[in-house]
Design a protein around this ligand. Structure first.
Ligand code: ZN
Length: 420
């Protein structure tokens, strides 16, 4: 596998930067948000703290917003925008892209920028507490102590409450950058939201995505243009589609389902293939990370001691291994579910295209490379049946989110899709 930078599997979002290019160039197709964040970073550079206040100056930390909420659809680059902003806050030149602050923040190794990234289905309260304790301290070298919470919509209620306390009364140099799909109460608690300044990202335009694939990733223009046109505004997905043959095969498998519906045997074979592809993808992504983590743990436990206290050490080693296994299992479940969800989004895009074609609306299509097939389907099906199929797909996503077994949810979906 040549790349795995997708929303599903990014290894906690390590992007790195191109030398000499401002950190903002990483934030693709978001001119309004970038302008807002640049201005905020400039202003933050002028903020004075209690230990450096002159007489008559405003209160310590005045003029700084301590909690930010980055919202936008998956793949719009929420966490990249948050990281670029963090770099701009720590950089002496507000995000030059050249200094060590910029490099380390973007690489995820800056001492005063902490990230909470959910690896399982949720972010647990312990994870949040540990980070919050550190976040309350003074930064070691930089101006700010920054906490980035990726996928804040996965905070458990307890974790959310723990976070709320710090967000309500932040230390003077602490900044929270939360990322989630929307500001809807399903995604973020109303009380946390009300404490945050909101930065709204949109799905970047295909042209902006294609340009970044060509310029940053060196992908040939034709591949980049195609991938950008079918990725649904998801940059990581576009990159994967352009580079990884398996990703294209998975997409083909999903889009084969509508054609297969005519025969029950074909339909269930196609849905099995779809579930199978999601599982294979998730397993492949998990395997490489799991192995590395086991090795790391073995090293940190110092495998194979024989001296006094060995029995005790072995007991705690076994406990640590159990913990790791549990974490990895939970992450695999999440990766599988995310992969399947993405397949369903592709499928929904197909029926949405059929629907808009059927009613003659002129909007950008989700799968422009399937225009002929979609045109035929629009001719052969009523808009009402396309709508019912779309609803069935949404119901399937809800079922998966509510922990229904994938095989059962997908079988129910196929039955509904066949009924039309
Ligand atoms: Zn810099």
């Amino acid at each position: 596998m040549t790349t795995q930078i997708t929303h599903v599997a990014k290894p906690s979002g390590r992007w790195g930067i191109i030398d000499g290019v401002s950190v903002w160039s990483q934030v693709v197709g978001q001119p309004a948000a970038v302008a807002e964040l640049q201005a905020a970073a400039e202003r933050a550079a002028g903020v004075r703290f209690s230990d450096e206040l002159d007489d008559g100056a405003a209160g310590p930390g005045a003029g700084m917003t301590h909690s930010w909420l980055f919202t936008g659809p998956p793949g719009s680059g929420r966490s990249v925008a948050a990281r670029a902003f963090a770099a701009a806050l720590q950089c002496p030149h507000q995000g030059c892209g050249e200094c060590s602050a910029c490099h380390t923040v973007m690489a995820g190794t800056h001492a005063d920028v902490r990230e909470i990234v959910p690896e399982g289905l949720s972010i647990k309260v312990d994870e949040v507490r540990t980070t919050i304790d550190i976040a309350a301290r003074r930064p070691t070298t930089a101006r700010w102590q920054i906490v980035i919470v990726e996928d804040a919509d996965r905070l458990t209620e307890q974790a959310s409450n723990a976070l709320l306390k710090s967000v309500e009364e932040p230390a003077e140099r602490t900044v929270f950058l939360l990322c989630c799909p929307s500001e809807h109460p399903d995604d973020i608690s109303v009380t946390i939201r009300s404490r945050c300044r909101i930065v709204r990202l949109r799905s970047p335009a295909p042209e902006a995505i294609a340009a970044v694939l060509v310029e940053r990733d060196g992908i040939p223009e034709a591949d980049a243009t195609w991938a950008a046109s079918v990725c649904g505004g998801h940059i990581g997905r576009a990159r994967r589609l352009a580079r990884v043959p398996e990703a294209r095969e998975e997409r083909d498998a999903v889009l084969a389902l509508p054609r297969a519906l005519r025969s029950p045997a074909d339909a269930f074979a196609a849905s099995d293939a779809m579930v199978g592809a999601a599982e294979t993808e998730a397993a492949a992504l998990a395997a490489s990370r799991d192995e590395a983590e086991r090795e790391e743990l073995a090293v940190s436990l110092g495998a194979g001691g024989t001296g006094k206290g060995t029995a005790q050490a072995q007991r705690s080693a076994r406990a640590a291994e159990k913990d790791l296994e549990k974490k990895q299992k939970s992450r695999l479940t999440r990766t599988k579910r995310d992969a399947l969800d993405r397949a369903l989004v592709d499928l929904a895009g197909y029926y949405r295209d059929v629907l808009v074609r059927g009613v003659g609306a002129s909007v950008t299509s989700t799968h422009p490379d399937r225009a002929t097939e979609i045109g035929n389907a629009a001719r052969d099906n009523t808009p009402e049946s396309s709508l019912r199929r779309l609803e069935a797909i949404l119901a399937c996503r809800d079922a998966l989110a509510a922990n229904v077994k994938p095989e059962i949810a997908i079988d129910a979906l196929v039955t509904a899709l066949r009924a039309g």
